[in-house]
Design a protein around this ligand. Structure first.
Ligand code: SAH
Ligand code: MG
Length: 931
């Protein structure tokens, strides 16, 4: 065998086969050349390479074509993060020859005496046998415990990866040609042709203590019939017999040579595998290397075990046994571990898009896949890692992330700056440093591709959102893809047809044929489950739309809260630390099983990181208070995955007879840094200063109409009602229903009171909508405010809002405020004089004031954004701020005041009834308060 490392091209070929396309381009290059003489040229080459989802090219040129190709292949390998594994043959013929040699090698005495190979364990125990089985090893043991054999089989036939039966056939046929070993014609035993040396036998006997008691191991029988329940099986292992003989008994296989073994399931280090009886394989004796190519349409008259195939990603026939038994390199003794129902259901859970998120937080019942990513509050495995493990568990290729830089093109030109009113600061002066600053703050997009093992693309996600950090772009895109899969899995039956319908929705492009081919097992395991809630033991799959809907929509009414009200409540965006227990309680109260508990479980309110019921409970408690509530019974699979030692007891409990109870205590609430600082460090608080700033402009303008873009819970509108102003109409717009509802309540209250003492109170309206959409009902208002909102949007959305508001809404004056990034060091220093108390923010990268902020701009960045908008839409702009003196490093909160250029409104088109995307939520004096 050639021992040289494989070339980059060979490695790519192994992975991608004919899908690798090399394009070599010839380039003429001048060489030497003396003055006065015609320049001489020679040919050099550069190479471009294309793979599904990736194309690269050599940056330089090469004298030889093949060097250019190898260089391109190496670049592709680096991009894909593939390490070439040494000594893997690149052609099926080479692999076949090596397989034959390798099998012989296992049975050579010298190997036996010195090796730590797991096969030595198998051999040793078979040498303790008596009769004609002495020294005989099942061929499938070789396939199971030698990685190289598996790799070689995959090179011979890529289908081997998914088919233990095919591996057995290949090993069987190779072994027939292996010198020094003999293979049975009617069974799948292999043994050395000549007897082992006495030293070898001696060693085999020494490895065994010979006196140890039988070991009992628990395993799970996964019946082939989908409707049949899993069974717990106990295997008694005695050390004078090969363990696969006992496995064979449980499977009613004729002997252990007829037991097939899957790859390991779960962690790479585990010995959890599926064992199953070889289907009627009379065809094997006809198998030659050539016949193998068309394997698959063979006459296997045995049923595919869908559940077992699904969890292993390989084709498993008939009843299968899930057990954790085997020889490893770590230990010469047989490794055994119980596999119980909980193990099985955790493996199943690990295959779901949100399963690893729940398990990585060790909170199967409490944690949910959050709907938003924030570097600061994300707990457990990152979205990227979660997506990678999801793909791995679904036997797909590693996801491909392609990050691209989007250069920030906010500065179109500086020409018309003189035409504008008189800006408070000279705009030109800022252009230069602004521009360089902007170049450094390019943003990033990230596309994701999900491919099958054969590198066929099945899903593409292309985001329009941009992020200021590369890692944020990757994590957010990964999360989007995970959420997409999560929704798909939750409605696996109904979503099936939709795959064909929508070529491209929300940046997703699905390739239905490849997609369904890869997820066909999911469909047969989870689809058509007829999963009803009537009995815990009747359903196979965890998905019932109804259960899930209820699970997400329900809120919690707390009947009894313990502990005094400390006044500190978890609010939207705050990091909250709780302790909790989740127990399954029998309705007759006869028994209570503690399923899950945490002493410290931290999550951000409002991100969907826990179930709705739990969050609803937590937001009703203040710090140090606790309460219990009865939760929706989660799907059976989840209960069993959480149940660990009780999983056996619970497998037969019916859903009617039990309920789930959460007991929760709020330990600590960390408000977003912003809120704490604004209140503590400024007097009056910054929010109040912003209100006063707005009031001043309202009065200057004698404004009668005002719209607050991103009004949140209405703090500005609310305060304006307390000031005597000229306003006759106040409107708020927001996308947060929660915020709007709160705003409606407090405005309603205030206006009702006001009506008692005053005859004229203003009209007030709240709309639910995105401020990046134009709504003609808000056209041409006197004043628009947008306070501390844009930094909650992605940068491109903030620009979109700027364009929409100045080009379409066209308020006479627009006031926009946003944090000044340069002020943050001052805030952070004074907010946290005591480092220990706030170790979190100090140690961590929490540079922003709020977890929800997508960016925070320097003065230059903000002024660049605003100036560009003003120029484009014929407004003037002035800069000011609140908080601090305004000297270096500027105000804490920076403000831009845009003024529409005179006599320009009339030329604009007026109200049409067309553009009214906003939903009217509440209106004073006509509407009632929304709930
Ligand atoms: N202006 C308020 C709220 C600031 S918090 C105040 O000063 O107190 C930011 C608000 O912007 C949130 O209420 C959020 O829901 C809202 N928001 C973010 N993106 C939005 C969008 N595209 N359309 C409307 N509101 C948005
Ligand atoms: Mg903010």
């Amino acid at each position: 065998m050639p021992a040289a490392a494989p070339t980059p091209k060979a490695v790519l070929h192994q992975r991608f086969g004919a899908k690798v396309r090399y394009t070599v381009e010839e380039v003429k290059e001048a060489v030497g050349g003396c003055p006065g003489l015609a320049p001489q040229t020679r040919s050099v080459y550069r190479c471009a390479l294309e793979l599904p989802g990736l194309s690269v090219a050599t940056p330089g040129t090469f004298v030889r074509k093949k060097d250019a190709e190898q260089a391109a292949a190496q670049i592709a390998l680096d991009k894909l993060g593939i390490q070439p594994i040494a000594n893997i043959p690149s052609t099926p013929e080479e692999a076949w020859n090596e397989l034959i040699t390798r099998i012989s090698g296992f049975f050579i005495d010298e190997n036996f005496l010195s090796s730590t190979h797991p096969l030595v364990g198998h051999l040793s125990v078979t040498l303790r046998r008596t009769g004609d089985l002495i020294g005989r090893v099942p061929l499938s043991a070789i396939a199971a415990c030698d990685v190289k054999v598996n790799t070689l089989c995959k090179v011979i036939d890529p289908k081997a990866e998914f088919d233990p039966l095919l591996i057995l056939s290949l090993v069987y046929n190779a072994a027939k040609q292996s010198p020094g070993v003999s293979v049975s014609d009617s069974n799948f035993w292999i043994q050395s042709q000549k007897p082992y040396s006495p030293e070898a036998v001696d060693l085999a006997l020494k490895r065994w203590s010979g006196t140890s008691d039988p070991v009992e191991v628990e395993a799970i029988l996964v019946p082939c019939v989908l409707e049949d329940e899993l069974k717990i099986v106990r295997i008694n292992l005695r050390d004078n017999e090969h363990y696969m003989s006992y496995v064979a008994e449980k499977l009613t296989a004729s002997d252990s040579s007829h037991v097939l073994v899957s790859r390991t399931i779960g962690k790479a280090s585990s010995e959890i595998r599926l064992y199953f009886a070889a289907p009627d394989v009379h065809f094997v004796s006809d198998l030659s290397k050539n016949v193998l190519a068309c394997h698959g349409d063979g006459d296997i008259n045995c049923q595919v075990n869908k559940r077992a195939s699904y969890i292993s990603g390989q084709t498993i026939y008939g009843d299968a046994l899930l057990a954790n038994i085997g020889y490893t390199r770590r230990d010469s003794e047989l490794h055994t571990e119980d596999v119980n129902l909980c193990t099985y259901y955790r493996i199943l859970l690990g295959k779901l898009p949100d399963g690893n998120c729940k398990m990585s937080r060790d909170a199967i019942l409490a944690a949910e896949l959050p709907s938003v990513y924030s570097r600061f509050s994300w707990k457990g495995l990152s979205p990227r890692d979660l997506l990678c493990s999801f793909c791995r568990n679904q036997r797909l290729s590693e996801p491909l992330f392609a990050v691209s830089r989007v250069s920030c093109d906010m500065l179109t030109s500086a020409v018309s700056s003189e035409e504008r009113g008189a800006p408070a600061k000279s705009v030109e002066n800022q252009f230069n440093d602004v521009r360089t600053d902007k170049e450094n703050s390019d943003s990033f997009k990230c596309e994701v591709k999900i491919c099958s093992r054969k590198q066929e693309i099945l899903l593409e996600y292309s985001a329009s959102d941009t992020w200021s950090k590369e890692s944020d772009a990757i994590q957010n895109s990964a999360l989007k893809v995970l959420i997409w899969f999560n929704n798909y899995f939750k409605q696996i039956n109904t979503k099936r047809d939709k795959l064909y319908l929508s070529e491209c929705t929300d940046g997703f492009k699905i390739h239905p044929n490849i997609f369904l081919q890869e997820f066909v097992m999911c469909l047969s395991v989870y689809g058509n489950t007829g999963c009803n809630d009537s009995g815990m033991c009747s359903a196979v799959g965890p998905f019932s739309m109804d259960t899930l809907k209820k699970h997400f929509e329900s809120t919690t009414t707390l009947t009894h809260i313990e502990g005094p009200d400390s006044g500190v409540f978890p609010s939207h965006g705050s990091l909250t630390c709780i302790s909790y227990t989740a127990s399954l309680v029998m309705k007759d109260k006869a028994k209570k099983y503690l399923l899950e508990s945490h002493n410290e479980f931290e999550f951000e309110i409002g991100t969907g990181a826990v179930g709705n019921q739990l969050e609803s409970c937590v937001t009703q408690l203040s710090v140090n208070q606790s309460a219990c509530f009865v939760a929706e019974l989660p799907p059976r699979d989840l209960i069993l995955a959480a149940a660990s030692e009780f999983s056996h007891d619970l497998s037969n409990v019916s859903r009617e007879s039990c309920f789930l109870e959460f007991s929760v205590k709020v330990l600590q609430v960390t408000e977003p840094l912003e809120d704490r600082m604004e209140k503590a460090l400024f007097s009056p608080p910054l929010s109040k200063q912003r209100v006063e700033f707005a009031v001043q402009h309202i009065n200057e303008l004698h404004a009668t109409t005002l719209v607050d873009f991103g009004c949140g819970s209405g703090s500005l509108l609310d305060s304006l009602l307390e000031h005597p102003t000229t306003l006759e109409k106040l409107v708020g717009v927001d996308i947060s229903r929660k915020g709007l509802t709160r705003a409606a309540k407090s405005l309603h209250q205030k206006l009702s009171k006001k009506l008692l003492v005053q005859t004229t109170v203003p009209i007030a309206v709240l709309y639910d909508g995105s401020i990046t959409d134009y709504d003609s009902r808000l056209y041409g208002f006197d004043i628009g405010t947008c306070l501390e909102v844009i930094e909650h949007m992605e940068e491109d959305q903030a620009s979109l809002f700027g364009n929409v508001v100045l080009s379409s809404f066209r308020p006479t004056v627009l006031i926009v405020s946003t944090p000044n990034y340069e002020y943050n060091p001052i805030l952070q220093r004074s907010a946290m004089p005591n480092k220990d108390d706030e170790a979190d923010e100090n140690a961590g990268p929490c540079k922003f004031r709020n977890h929800d902020h997508k960016f925070e701009w320097t003065r230059a960045q903000f002024q660049c954004w605003a100036t560009d908008l003003a120029v484009k839409h014929n407004y003037s702009v002035e800069f000011c701020g609140v908080g601090g003196s305004g000297e270096e490093p500027g105000y804490a909160s920076q403000i831009a005041v845009f003024r529409r250029m005179a006599r320009d409104l009339e030329t604009m088109c007026l109200n049409t009834d067309q553009d009214q995307p906003y939903e009217l939520l509440w209106e004073w004096p006509n509407a009632s308060i929304p709930v």
